[in-house]
Design a protein around this ligand. Structure first.
Ligand SMILES: Cc1cc2nc3c(=O)[nH]c(=O)nc-3n(C[C@H](O)[C@H](O)[C@H](O)COP(=O)(O)OP(=O)(O)OC[C@H]3O[C@@H](n4cnc5c(N)ncnc54)[C@H](O)[C@@H]3O)c2cc1C
Length: 517
């Protein structure tokens, strides 16, 4: 294996890559006839932009494939109840099948196809279906996303297995090669459908339009679930993978006195620039380059003692209306696999420490959630009580000036010009203004009135965590309940949520195996 650097325009020249790699390896003489790229990243720190390639030379033609997991029949396996069919729930269900357990998945939303109509209703008619939207439904919040699959956390478990499973179910092999892999909204639904079909074919169950509406807890053990206020099912092992938007689940847990804790999260705005401008800044003047993908960026700074950073950057993307209830607005972003829309968007968010929020007391896990909900409602009012978002050009925001008119944007429900300094909480607006000046210094051209800010970007991670035993992964007080992934505070993004789904099932399998011995 050798590491080489090539120019973007040399990426399509296999003969050049092979000879460069042989040269670097000192094997020009015997000359390995084949190669494959094991890892690929772009180094745009200096001009000229280059690709870093990790090349594996070989004597035989390489076959790029992943180890396929074989799934047996689990119809008669021990049932494991999984609430939520987001990345955590789906990967938990696949892991259950692999380990011989029978997954029974309850998902309040619809399957990926039926879900599309509800997304169109939000975008075009400003109607938010509280059971089916950009966050709820098959594949969870990860389905209509950019499908970025990198996670900063290496500690949480088997990211490689998650990526390989994505490939097994239809993702391009590239996600195992790119340093910053992403799949894209156009490809994700098919992959997610294939996963669900496998779960059902193996004898598992996936129930759409089925909401968990109550928990039955006896002697500190989870005993049952109520579905849609009517059916009761007995349970022994429950994976709670309902994501960070399911506020009704937090209410339910509160009503049952299930221990929860306030957790830090982040909130701010979604910023949209012309993609060409970001390419120009990041690629030192190269725009619309056929040899380079649309450029990304990562920004982070500290304003006084508070972190401000870019979050979920979507090159060539679309800003999505991600409210889960009427009476609120929420932004996020997605991209198609080619990332070929003319805009770049990213969350720019300020760390929210619940301890610093007015009214904080250690026994109130809700303080962050209440703050988050209040901002989403204030933005809904400022945007005219539709799914249009309050917005402002970037420099106008920094200068405290209402924008005379707003630029073109990818946000379909529209924008309303306001002074976001007056809509966002004071300390959030103050931190953003300072951070934008710093980001303008770091990326020359970034601080511009060509960019527009939309508010709020508020669902970055869960404002609540549900504590669990780090060994058994069961709730610290309720046996059999496995708080899982993003909603419980153990993941931030698709890959880490999927990994946590695997982890919870492995913990359940251990309990079941120990019982059987
Ligand atoms: C537009 C958008 C773009 C994103 N882009 C990316 C990206 O590029 N990369 C990335 O890593 N992350 C991205 N994210 C975040 C990512 O989607 C989440 O981190 C991830 O989906 C969390 O997985 P999860 O399984 O924990 O929860 P979720 O995906 O939130 O899934 C939870 C599921 O539980 C269901 N549910 C909730 N309550 C109940 C109930 N009472 N009964 C039954 N079912 C219930 C919900 O309907 C939902 O389907 C994006 C999010 C959005 C909204």
């Amino acid at each position: 294996m050798v590491q080489i650097q090539v120019l973007p325009e040399q990426m399509l020249d296999d003969a050049f890559i092979l000879s460069t790699a042989n040269k670097k390896n000192g094997s020009e003489q015997e000359g390995f006839p084949f190669f494959f790229i094991r890892k690929r990243s772009i180094d745009a720190r200096k001009k000229p932009v280059k690709y870093n390639l990790q090349i594996v030379l070989s004597k035989d033609k390489p076959e790029l494939k992943v180890p396929l997991v074989e799934y047996g029949n689990v119809e008669n396996g021990t049932p494991v109840h999984i609430i939520g069919a987001g990345p955590a729930g789906l990967f938990a269900a696949l892991e259950a099948v692999e380990l011989g357990l029978k997954p029974i998945v309850y998902e309040r939303g619809k399957d990926v196809r039926a879900r599309r109509r509800d997304l169109a209703a939000i975008n075009k008619e400003h109607i938010v279906n509280p059971e089916s939207n950009y966050c709820y439904g098959e594949g969870g919040a990860g389905t209509y996303s950019d499908g970025k699959l990198y996670t900063r956390s290496k500690k949480r478990g088997n990211v490689l297995k998650v990526l390989e499973l994505f490939v097994q179910f239809g993702s391009p092999y590239d996600i195992l090669v790119d340093a910053y892999p992403h799949i894209g909204t156009n490809k994700l639904p098919k992959i997610i459908t294939a996963m669900r079909e496998q779960i059902i074919e193996a004898g598992g169950e996936v129930h759409f339009n089925t909401k968990v509406t109550d928990f039955f807890i006896e002697d500190n053990k989870i005993k049952g679930l109520e579905l849609d206020h009517e059916t009761k099912v007995e349970v022994e092992h429950v994976v709670l993978a309902t994501g960070h938007s399911a506020r009704d689940i937090f209410d339910l847990l509160k009503a049952k006195n299930v221990k929860m804790e306030a957790k830090g999260f982040a909130l701010g705005v979604r910023i949209e620039h012309p993609q060409e401008l970001i390419d120009k800044i990041q690629y030192h003047g190269r725009v619309n380059d056929e040899f380079l993908p649309p450029a990304t960026y990562t920004l982070v700074t500290q304003v006084k003692d508070t972190g401000v950073y870019s979050f979920c950057m979507c090159p060539g993307g679309i800003v999505a209306p991600c409210a889960t209830s009427p009476g609120e607005v929420v932004t996020n972003g997605w991209s198609p696999s080619k990332r070929n829309n003319p805009f770049s968007n990213s969350g720019i968010v300020v760390e929210i420490d619940p301890k610093k929020l007015p009214g904080y007391t250690p026994d109130n896990p809700y303080i962050g959630l209440e703050f988050q909900a209040a901002v989403e409602k204030a933005c809904w009012i400022a945007g005219g009580k539709t799914q249009a978002v309050p917005a402002q050009r970037m420099l106008d925001f920094v200068n405290g000036k209402v924008s005379k008119e707003l630029p073109k944007s990818s946000h379909q429900p529209g924008m309303v010009s306001v002074d976001l300094n007056k809509v966002l909480p004071g300390f959030v607006a103050d931190s953003l203004r300072e951070a934008f000046k710093e980001f303008g210094r770091k990326m020359n051209g970034y601080l511009t009135n060509e960019a527009v800010l939309m508010a709020p970007e508020s669902r970055t991670s869960s404002p609540i965590s549900i504590p669990r035993n780090p060994e058994t992964l069961q709730h610290v007080e309720i046996a059999g309940l496995y708080p899982c992934a993003e909603g419980a505070g153990y993941a931030g993004g698709i890959a880490s949520a999927a990994v946590d789904g695997l982890n919870c099932i492995q913990a359940i399998s251990k309990v079941i195996n120990e019982k059987q011995v």
